[in-house]
Design a binder for this molecule. Structure first.
Ligand code: MLT
Length: 410
């Protein structure tokens, strides 16, 4: 008899954003004419930059001729893209990362979800609360947790991110093996200073732990004093892996391209204390389970680093940040306390009400979709997340509708 992986039975019945989609679809069936505006999932709405489209077309043409056609590519990405990433995202900012420490993939979601396979099933894991649900759910699937109780899985160490600590948790007293951090943060939009990241790097060294640093939103940082990479912190090369994505600033959510940085000196240990480079383990995993990102997509991603590409992606992230400012100002004007939205595309709004009830209220009374804070963890209860990824027109309209709905409640 084939038995189920019982760890899957510990999960909530559907993934957060699928659950929201189901609720929105059910509402649409009831009210087909409701002009719903989505400020829920962080999915971009503006077209790919023209440089990417041109590079994409050229690469497709190459695939159409025997002389320039390409079959399987290198699983870790073509050198042209790995070199462009190392030069532009790291060397130009004084960070030492070489092209062969960059691993191209089809998404930061997949990479942050897959990497846990490299670590012992007994590893003690620390996750922020609230948190991007992929980090937690993939560890549940792998059997690193007990059951869900009162919104939390037994066996995980939760790092509470609250108004009191500015949504930036500090290292716990106890020793953990693996730590997930995300800055600018999804969902709170909080950013971490160099001094705050230094404490984490120091903690990881002291405990021989590993930090998985999700920097998918780093291009939204405008404050020059804030670190954009964990590798700006001395000593991070030995204890951290960083995840980046082309999704949000270059519009690749549907095109799919991302990368993971694993420095050569980053290691994990076996039962006898012998060190093993994480990069080698990742290559072993990826070459077995992944066949690389398509050639035209990698050419399109490379174009982001041309002079014109840099200007075009900057314009895109500027646009979404302006949306974030509109949302933050409108929600603050309605009397809500907001975090994020300044160096991040997410606004974390304190409603003081049950998150899912507030979600229903916004859906039904304003026809606006948000993400309920409790979907990201127990500390998200009483909050909602609004995403800045939409047209200006829709953002303005959504804010006007929320204003009317909130006003009619008073
Ligand atoms: C989010 O809304 O949290 C993100 O869009 C999810 C993702 O990037 O997978």
């Amino acid at each position: 008899m084939i038995h189920v992986n019982e760890n899957y039975l510990k999960l909530q019945s559907s993934y957060l954003f699928s659950h929201i989609n189901q609720k929105v679809a059910a509402y649409k069936q009831k009210k087909p004419d409701a002009g719903i505006i989505k400020l829920g999932i962080g999915d971009v709405t503006r077209a790919l930059p023209p440089v990417c489209i041109e590079a994409f077309h050229n690469a497709v043409d190459e695939m159409g001729k025997d002389e320039t056609f390409r079959g399987y590519g290198p699983e870790q990405g073509y050198d042209f893209l790995r070199e462009a990433i190392a030069a532009n995202d790291f060397a130009s900012r004084g960070i030492t990362i070489s092209a062969d420490e960059v691993y191209v993939s089809d998404g930061a979601k997949c990479d942050t979800g897959n990497i846990q396979e490299l670590f012992d099933t007994g590893a003690k894991i620390a996750v922020p609360d609230p948190v991007y649900p992929v980090y937690v759910d993939t560890n549940v699937m792998a059997g690193r947790t007990g059951n869900l109780k009162d919104g939390r899985y037994e066996g995980l160490v939760y790092l509470e991110s609250t108004e009191e600590n500015g949504f930036v948790p500090m290292p716990p007293e106890e020793a953990v093996d693996l730590i997930y951090l995300c800055f600018p943060n999804n969902p709170t939009g909080a950013t971490a200073t160099k001094a705050e990241l230094e404490r984490w790097v120091e903690y990881a060294h002291r405990n021989k732990a590993l930090i998985l640093f999700d920097a998918a939103y780093e291009t939204f940082i405008r404050d020059q004093s804030l670190p954009r990479s964990i590798f700006e912190i001395e000593g991070a090369r030995e204890v951290a892996v960083e995840f980046r994505s082309f999704s949000k600033h270059a519009g690749f959510t549907g095109t799919r391209c991302a990368y993971t940085v694993i420095p050569e000196s980053c290691v994990v240990y076996d039962g006898k204390g012998k060190a093993h480079p994480v990069g080698k383990l990742w290559v072993r995993r990826q070459t077995t389970k992944f066949n690389g990102v398509s050639y035209p997509v990698q050419r399109a991603a490379e174009a982001v680093y041309s002079k014109a590409g840099k200007a075009q992606v900057r314009k895109l992230s500027d646009f979404y940040l302006e949306n974030a400012a509109v949302i933050r100002e409108a929600m603050t004007g309605l009397g809500y306390t907001c975090a994020g939205g300044e160096n991040a595309p997410y606004i974390w709004v304190k409603t003081g009400e049950d998150s899912w009830k507030f979600f229903d209220f916004l859906l039904e009374k304003a026809n606006v979709v948000c993400t309920p804070g409790s979907g990201f963890g127990a500390c998200g209860e009483g909050y909602i997340r609004l995403s800045a990824f939409n047209s200006r027109e829709n953002v303005n309209e959504a804010m006007a509708r929320i204003g009317d709905a909130a006003g009619s409640r008073r």
